[in-house]
Design a protein around this ligand. Sequence first.
Ligand SMILES: Nc1ncnc2c1ncn2[C@@H]1O[C@H](COP(=O)(O)OP(=O)(O)OP(=O)(O)O)[C@@H](O)[C@H]1O
Ligand SMILES: [Mg+2]
Length: 247
Amino acid sequence: MRISTGIEGFDDIIQGGLLTERVYVLSGPPGSGKTTFGVQFLAQGGAMGEVGLYITLLECPQNIINDMSNYAMNVPTLIKMKKLLFADLGPRMEYGYMDELNEFITTDYNVGRAPVESEAPAPSIVFKEIASYVSEYDVKRLVIDSVSAIRFTTKDLSLQEKEMSRFIRNLKKLGCTTLLLSEMTDPTAYSTEQFAAHGVIFMHNFLYDKTMTRAIQVIKMRGTKHDCNMRNVSFNEGGLKVEGYLE
Ligand SMILES: Nc1ncnc2c1ncn2[C@@H]1O[C@H](COP(=O)(O)OP(=O)(O)OP(=O)(O)O)[C@@H](O)[C@H]1O
Ligand SMILES: [Mg+2]
């Protein structure tokens, strides 16, 4: 089954919408529209009676709620109706997760005691929190902002990849349609989550002929006929809008 993303002009380029119960990565540089895309996607589900959950790991949910309430997405109403939920897994992780970490990380991970300030939330702990929200509130659409904040529990690159693959494999079993937001500075350097996901969408915001240009691009979408070309993106009163091919 396919569901509408709620992004005007986007469903048309992916055969009508996203296949449900799959995990997608939305990568882009700062300010490219990842959060807007994510909230718009949840608000679309909320308008159809589905519960959407937005997990923040970096930003305080209240800031996101304030910013997104400027758009005609009915964010405050959907929150009141409990169709749009925000959960902050950030600060508690920053200060209190080391004790829990010992319980969840197996010896297979071979995690050494790296300096605390270099460590980020462990995927297993983040997953456990998300899974309990999903079953408690019957969540259908999930956004995690951002997966870049939960990548590093170890400095060993191969272990990082293993942990990320395991995290995504577990997310795939949750039964939600999931968007993993990820930070991207180099569009040619692909990351583990992009390989592991069912689909990958890039948001761009770049300087072209003295003008900043916004664009969106479907890099991969398993089971879907699409092209990989860039399309113009603009912000309007409803949020993001996808337009024609970039010239
Ligand atoms: N009403 C608006 N009209 C036009 N552009 C807007 C409007 N509101 C916000 N923006 C643009 O949206 C950008 C923020 O979008 P968003 O928060 O979705 O990006 P992001 O990719 O999540 O950023 P970050 O990497 O910082 O999390 C702002 O930097 C601004 O350029
Ligand atoms: Mg954001």
